[in-house]
Design a binder for this molecule. Structure first.
Ligand SMILES: [Zn+2]
Length: 128
């Protein structure tokens, strides 16, 4: 047996009949059913939250020229990512940021130690 979907009885703003189909137990589609107003509002809110673009923690206009610049940018990215919805993708992004941060800090430490060694070697150079 084939069941026929019942058309929605509502009229649109321009007076035409709604092209939707009535939901079970109603004469109206989900959009026009007065009994579902609260459900629609909740769905809109969920949709709005899903679409919302998180606020940006700051603007980045610098050219990256040092490890300090990289760490500064990384901190902005972490702040922005932190504000996003808690999802598996956000967790992965934060873990990648932590990994990148650890590499930046290690590179910065090596850079400082190398500079110290270069200074020591330069001071030991024999002058003619
Ligand atoms: Zn309708």
């Amino acid at each position: 047996m084939q069941t026929m979907a019942k058309p929605c009885k509502a009229k649109t703003k321009n007076g035409k009949r709604c092209g939707g189909y009535a939901v079970a137990g109603s004469d109206f589609c989900f959009t026009h059913d007065p009994a579902r107003a609260r459900e629609r509002a909740a769905a809109r809110k969920r949709g709005g939250m899903a679409q919302a673009i998180p606020k940006v923690a700051g603007e980045w206009t610098k050219k990256i020229e040092s490890i300090g610049d990289l760490i500064e940018l990384l901190n902005l990215v972490i702040l922005d990512t932190w504000q996003q919805e808690n999802t598996a993708a956000r967790s992965r992004a934060l873990l990648a940021a932590i990994d990148t941060g650890a590499k930046c800090l290690t590179a910065g430490e090596f850079e400082a130690r190398l500079a110290a060694l270069e200074t020591i070697l330069k001071n030991r150079e024999v002058k003619p």
